[in-house]
Ligand binder design. Structure first.
Ligand code: URA
Length: 260
């Protein structure tokens, strides 16, 4: 058999390529059998000698709620708070979201609405309540002469969660718990006179309970403020027969503002 020459070298090359050695990693060939005499044998790793009385330190466990509380407390302005939320890395929702949805409307408005979580349109726009439900919310507010852009009767709007849950699934209790310190700080910094709690999950976050059909329309207290739970506009889109109750709740809000 031919042991050198063109065909022999070609066969060797083809064999190497078949083995996966298809890339040149050096300019010249290296004979790996020629180990330089000066090359030391690598020493086997030695285990560290045990220290008397020492036990392995447990990996520090991060408490996301405590981290959120600290970050929220350090925010002196709404812009600080937005930055603190943007820097918060413990909520999985952030990874799948395009934008942080912080707020819309006029900070300092007498009324602050708290919705649940951004949907697809809000995630894209980076603003709460801009989709179909948001448009209905705007019409509901306009019916009592209020609006997010109305300098004479403004509202301020945020959500419990600033990032869109995948496929618009319900918020998880752990997500609500870790974002709640930011929500409470948001309310404190925006200084509304009354809260409107929009939908079931917002009731869960601010009142610790759900059951919007029972809770809606009954003034209560949340975050130290008078608070009115109302039906979520997305629910009203699906069940327009409840618009009558929603209208009664809006009138109740209007009356409360006229009182105080
Ligand atoms: N639903 C909410 O609760 N919030 C939004 O921003 C949009 C839809």
């Amino acid at each position: 058999m031919e042991s050198s020459g063109y065909h022999h070298d070609l066969a060797l090359l083809e064999w190497q390529i078949e083995l996966g050695a298809a890339e040149a990693i050096g300019d010249g060939p290296v004979n790996r059998y020629e180990v330089p005499a000066t090359m030391e044998k690598p020493k086997a790793a030695q285990p560290a000698p045990p220290v008397a009385g020492a036990t392995a330190a447990p990996a520090a466990k991060v408490d996301p709620v405590a981290v959120a509380e600290q970050a929220a407390a350090g925010a002196a302005t709404l812009e600080d708070l937005r930055a603190a939320m943007a820097a918060f890395e413990h909520c999985e929702l952030k990874k799948g979201a395009r934008n942080l949805v912080f707020s819309d409307g006029i900070p300092g408005a007498r009324v602050m609405l708290v919705g649940e979580a951004p949907g697809r349109d809000e995630d894209r726009a980076g603003k709460p309540f801009v989709g179909k439900a948001g448009q209905l919310l705007d019409r509901m507010l306009a019916a009592i002469d209020m609006g997010r852009d109305r300098a004479d009767a403004p509202v301020y709007i945020t959500n419990v969660l600033p990032w869109r849950p995948p496929q618009n699934r319900d918020p998880k209790p752990v997500e609500i718990a870790m974002m709640k310190p930011f929500l409470l700080r948001h309310i404190a910094l925006a200084q509304p006179q009354v809260l409107v709690i929009v939908g079931n999950w917002s009731c869960q976050a601010l009142l610790g309970k759900r059951g919007i059909t029972r809770l809606r329309g009954a003034w209560t207290e949340a975050a130290g403020l008078p608070a009115l739970p109302i039906f979520h506009p997305a629910y009203l889109l699906r069940s327009p027969e409840f618009k009558r109750e929603a209208w009664a709740d809006l009138l109740s809000l209007k009356a409360k503002l006229a009182d105080g």
